[in-house]
Design a protein around this ligand. Structure first.
Ligand code: ITT
Length: 196
């Protein structure tokens, strides 16, 4: 089965490829061109479907796998949420997103947060499978680590006792607990079910 990854985020590609590497029956294809897909601010699932459908037009014979994800902070009414990639502005850097979030949490003691990933698989017949994964933790007061991407340097997952951020962890450690790993585990079960 050929599965095209409908993402232009290189770090997501690395993580998804590593997590799915145990499946010998699938062949992951990484798009060589880029596509400008305007995403909405309503839901992860809608955005994942927008991305999958846009790539499906270019690769009609392939299964398409899209990931839409975000960080939700309890004390900020779940912001940045579905607009995580554009929290500090459309062209802002990861550092600017982090700085804005740390500023918004100044003097706030409840720093509970979670990462969410929706993984959506669109078949050539336009059938949809999706699964969701979460990773719970806390926003740190200072950033730490240089691995991962996005908000990883300020997110300390519960599994590591709030001692390390996702950016401190090795890729293998992150990929064993992440929201993306959990959502992709659902996809792996589904692929077994449809006997791929
Ligand atoms: P594609 O749409 O091309 O897949 P994107 O980066 O724009 O790439 P999203 O629209 O799903 O992806 O935005 C999700 C944002 O949430 C992402 O840019 C990061 O800022 C953040 N994010 C998602 N997963 C993350 C992770 O594992 N670690 C850190 N930040 C993450």
């Amino acid at each position: 089965m050929n599965i095209l990854l409908a993402t232009q985020n290189k770090r997501k590609i690395e993580e998804i490829t590593a997590i799915l590497s145990s499946l010998s029956s699938i062949n992951i294809i990484i798009p060589s061109q880029s596509l400008d897909i305007p995403e909405g601010d309503r839901s992860y699932i809608e955005n994942a479907l927008l991305k999958a459908k846009a790539w499906s037009k270019l690769y009609p014979d392939h299964y398409i796998l899209a990931d839409d994800s975000g960080l939700e902070v309890f004390a900020l009414d779940n912001a940045p949420g579905v607009i995580s990639a554009e929290y500090a502005g459309k062209n802002a850097t990861h550092q600017e997103h982090i700085d804005k979030l740390l500023l918004a949490l100044t003097d706030i003691t409840n720093r509970s947060a979670l990462f969410i990933s929706y993984i959506l698989l669109l078949s050539p017949q336009q059938e949809i499978f999706f699964s969701r994964g979460e990773c719970y933790g806390n926003i740190t007061t200072k950033q730490s680590g240089n691995k991962g991407f996005g908000y990883d340097p300020i997110f300390a997952p519960l599994q590591f006792n709030n001692q390390q951020t996702l950016a401190d962890l090795t890729p293998e450690q992150k990929n064993s607990i992440s929201h993306r790993y959990k959502a992709l585990t659902g996809l792996k079960d589904y692929l077994q079910y449809i006997k791929v």
